[in-house]
Design a protein around this ligand. Structure first.
Ligand code: NAD
Ligand SMILES: C[C@@H](CO)CCC[C@@H](C)[C@H]1CC[C@H]2[C@@H]3[C@H](O)C=C4C[C@@H](O)CC[C@]4(C)[C@H]3CC[C@]12C
Length: 369
């Protein structure tokens, strides 16, 4: 028994393992993957918290590297059984150039796929995004949709364009022969807006509220619903998908799965208030305080300022035409595909997810009361 358990020890690689989601995936693997023998954490910026993980029973190898560098990726992938590719440049604010976003998200993913093929790694789970589907540039609502819901996916912004292309590459690679002759098995997970411990935009909203004397002002109608999912459940879904890919290759290979849990459907702002409210902030207005045309004008002004100031300084506010369009378009998912295909059930209830997030906001901002 002990021998067979020993023989089954697996090597996992998590790219982007020091990011918001990546850290949760890394910790989840260590807690919940009994077959884990070695965990390689690959990231451009390694977190100091990795050190404490190195004292546990599983070998944790920190690899500082860049997914755009094919040789660095190949070296990290060699000998791994499973790759969870979560590294990505998440930028909808104009901080990075479109070329850089493409390079990291598309070429980086291509490098991961080629590394799997060259070195003989058979199982690849890719962190895609809801934005591969929408919201589209026409503002069409996606209401309680699932993986088969027809939707006119039209992308112009570099981030969703890059995620859509990268996802396509991953799905298309399913079935390719890897070194040794066996087929590569891939799948893509599409989180909606992730929240939880480590969510920087939540912290930004909290700080903004503090600057405004504890008030936030409603900008988007409460009726515009957003799909949100707790980071711990997204991480758990990655761990389960990676675990089940081998046994259920025929069913799961080349498939996409929305990430979902029991988080309530609410507007982006009302959902954030679930955490920011208990931290002392108040959302003013049952309706948006500014007319929508004025928001559109301000968003366009921000885009213009960003362009004008670019030679001098990086001006990247939260509000721009793209984020306004996303925030102002209903996008919610309702599906059980992951449950049917690989037995996913959320690990954390909504109450638990909420409490954990509130505690994190309070600790991260020193607002415990
Ligand atoms: N945050 C969300 O709401 C959300 C929703 C859907 C999908 N996603 C996807 O989830 C993944 C993780 O997102 P996140 O929110 O944790 O972002 P994040 O920025 O916190 O994490 C991304 C990680 O990737 C690393 N990285 C970036 N460029 C790299 C490179 N060239 N080489 C190696 N590592 C690099 C970063 O250092 C970072 O640690 C991304 O692929 C993103 O597209 C995020
Ligand atoms: C108009 C403002 C008034 O309060 C609110 C602006 C909010 C926006 C900054 C965010 C609204 C929706 C967010 C996105 C969504 O949750 C899903 C995403 C997918 C993921 O792959 C990356 C992050 C994001 C694009 C996320 C970014 C921030 C919003 C646009």
């Amino acid at each position: 028994m002990a021998d067979s358990a020993q023989a089954q020890k697996l090597v996992y690689l998590v790219t982007g393992g020091c990011g918001f989601l990546g850290e949760h995936v890394v910790r989840m693997l260590l807690q919940r993957e009994p077959r884990l023998g070695e965990l390689r954490v690959f990231d451009r910026h390694l977190g100091p918290w990795l050190e404490e993980l190195k004292t546990g029973p599983v070998r944790v190898t920190a690899i500082q590297g860049d997914v755009t560098q094919a040789h660095e990726v190949a070296a990290a992938v060699a000998g791994a059984h499973v790759v969870i590719h979560t590294a990505g440049l998440v930028d909808v604010f104009g901080r990075a150039s479109p070329e850089t976003i493409h390079e990291v998200n598309v070429q980086g993913t291509r490098n991961v796929i080629e590394a799997c093929v060259q070195t003989g790694t058979r199982f690849l789970v890719y962190t895609s995004s809801m934005e591969v589907v929408g919201p589209n540039t026409k503002g069409h609502p996606f209401y309680r949709g699932n993986e088969d819901t027809p939707y006119e996916a039209v992308h112009r912004h570099p981030y969703p364009c890059s995620k859509a292309l990268a996802e396509w590459l991953v799905l298309e690679a399913n079935g390719r022969k890897v070194r040794g002759g066996l087929p590569l098995v891939t799948c893509a997970l599409r989180p909606t807006g992730i929240y939880g411990e480590g969510h920087q935009i939540m912290r930004d909203f909290y700080r903004q509220g503090l600057r405004l004397g504890g008030w936030l002002f409603r900008a988007i109608p409460a009726s515009v619903e957003h799909g949100r999912v707790y980071v711990g459940n997204v991480a758990w879904m990655h761990v389960l998908a990676a675990r089940e890919l081998e046994q259920r290759a025929a069913l799961m290979g080349g498939q996409v799965y929305f990430c979902y849990d029991g988080s309530p459907y609410k507007s982006y702002e009302d959902f954030n208030m679930e955490f920011l409210g208990p931290c002392g902030l108040r959302l003013v207005g049952a309706r948006p305080l500014l007319p929508y045309w004025l928001l559109v004008f301000l968003a366009a002004l921000n885009a213009l300022l960003q362009w004008l100031l670019r030679p001098l300084v990086l001006y990247a506010p939260l509000l721009n035409p793209y984020t306004l369009a996303v925030a102002n378009t209903t996008f919610t998912v309702s599906t059980d595909k992951a449950q049917r295909h690989f037995g996913y059930e959320p690990l954390f209830s909504w109450e638990d997810s909420r409490t954990r997030t509130i505690l994190w906001v309070q600790a991260a901002t020193g607002s415990a009361q």
